[in-house]
Design a protein around this ligand. Structure first.
Ligand SMILES: NC(=O)c1ccc[n+]([C@@H]2O[C@H](COP(=O)([O-])OP(=O)(O)OC[C@H]3O[C@@H](n4cnc5c(N)ncnc54)[C@H](OP(=O)(O)O)[C@@H]3O)[C@@H](O)[C@H]2O)c1
Ligand SMILES: *[C@@H]1O[C@H](CO)[C@@H](O)[C@H](O)[C@H]1NC(C)=O
Length: 244
């Protein structure tokens, strides 16, 4: 009996996959806001969630800067988004978050080019990469995900998304492949960032953590103001930014 059930399980999962994926992918950005005249920066926009986010912002008429460490990959994606959306204002600028020189150069160039930045999507990130250090000697995850991206505005969890993020772990790649029927597509993964960036009237929730397009629970440590202050101070200290 159990043997029969086990045999049927993969078949059942296969049939139920669309429903299961839907359940795990709740949270859609339903805003109809148009963004012409707005300026957006999306880091790590050459693939995965960042690419889908940039595409949607361009679709809505924003001028979108793809901030990528690999200009060539960025240009290919910019062309693709221009063709798809008809929005020519999709621009590529070099940004390597593993190098504070590159970050400062990016910021200076941006300030020289633009008066306003309306939307900043700190999307670029790494996961489970082998131990290595950034140009400034920080451990790679700490350097890119935390110090490089800065400690800003909203934080979002995109869900479990099928992307290149797991590129450094064969086990995770295998897991992602195994569950690829159920996990979010990059487009679904982009919904919460888009929701936070463009939905009107969310200002009072600034600083909250979001998941599936709604405010999400965070641990006591993450809510502790003393710990937050300490992390801020340590981060400023590491980056040589005067504390305030
Ligand atoms: N996928 C998930 O299930 C999941 C879950 C939780 C959180 N997230 C977060 O969502 C964000 C996007 O992830 P994703 O799934 O779309 O991953 P992804 O496909 O691996 O994309 C990551 C992007 O970040 C860029 N990047 C990495 N290091 C960089 C650096 N030093 N400087 C500039 N850009 C850099 C990558 O550029 P290259 O192509 O040049 O390497 C790529 O464009 C990440 O912050 C990730 O931590 C994802
Ligand atoms: C915050 O963290 C500090 C240091 O770990 C701890 O002493 C304090 O009790 C915590 N405060 C709250 C409100 O949890």
């Amino acid at each position: 009996m159990i043997g029969v059930l086990l045999l049927l399980l993969p078949f059942f999962l296969y049939i139920a996959a669309p429903q299961i994926r839907k359940m795990l992918s709740s949270g859609v950005c339903t805003s109809t806001v148009q963004l012409s005249g707005k300026v957006a920066v999306v880091t790590g926009a050459n693939t995965g969630i960042g690419k889908e986010t940039a595409k949607e912002l361009a679709q809505r008429g924003a001028r979108v800067y793809l901030a990528c460490r690999d200009i060539q990959k960025g240009e290919l994606v910019a062309k693709e988004i221009q063709t798809l959306t008809g929005n020519q204002q999709v621009l590529v600028r070099e940004l390597d978050l593993a190098n504070t020189k590159s970050i400062r150069a990016f910021a200076n160039n941006f300030l020289a080019e633009e008066k306003h930045l309306h939307i900043l999507i700190n999307n670029a990130g790494v996961m489970m990469c082998p131990y290595s250090k950034t140009a400034d000697g920080f451990e790679m995850h700490m350097g890119v995900n935390h110090l490089g991206s800065g400690v800003t505005t909203y934080s979002v969890h995109p869900g479990t998304v099928n992307s290149d993020l797991v590129r450094h772990s064969i086990f995770m790649k295998w897991m992602w492949w195994l569950f690829s029927f159920f996990i979010k597509t990059p487009k679904q993964g982009a919904q919460t960032s888009l929701y936070c960036a463009i939905t009107e009237g969310l200002e009072s929730l600034s600083g909250h953590h979001f998941s599936d397009c709604s405010v999400a629970w965070i641990s006591a440590q993450a809510r502790n103001a003393t710990i937050a202050r300490r992390l801020w101070d340590v981060s400023c200290d590491l980056l040589g930014i005067p504390m305030n």
